[in-house]
Design a protein around this ligand. Structure first.
Ligand code: FES
Length: 117
């Protein structure tokens, strides 16, 4: 039996350079999420891929938000199909690297700077 694969086209790069795209083939299993595939890529193909997540399911932490085929989704709840998908960072937040954007609310940043809770 041959293993089915899913194809991900992932935006790479930081805020100071033009984005590039890398393609990754990921072993596909029914019901897997886009986050499952990105974690697999980091563990097996390219550990330099920058992603952010915390809770891994059910949009509790909201740290995994990315664009999949141009739509804003939680990577942990977006189901991967057999069709290739393009994954990119949020476009309304400051890009840090690859799929990671600066999502800390402005008030929270000020608190961090001032050392307050
Ligand atoms: S990983 Fe927490 S909401 Fe997706």
């Amino acid at each position: 039996m041959t293993q089915e694969t899913a194809m991900l086209r992932v935006q790479r790069g930081g805020p100071d350079n033009e984005p590039t795209f890398d393609e990754f083939a990921v072993p596909y299993r029914e019901g897997m999420s886009v986050l499952d595939a990105l974690i697999w890529v980091r563990a097996n193909t390219d550990s330099s891929l920058a992603i952010r997540y915390s809770c891994t399911n059910a949009n509790t932490c909201k740290e995994c938000m990315v664009k999949v085929d141009g739509k804003t989704v939680y990577a942990c709840t977006a189901r991967l199909g057999r069709e290739p998908v393009t994954v990119g960072p949020l476009t309304n937040k400051r890009l840090l690297r690859d799929l990671v954007t600066d999502i800390v609310p402005p008030k929270e940043k000020l608190s961090l700077l001032l050392g307050r809770e």
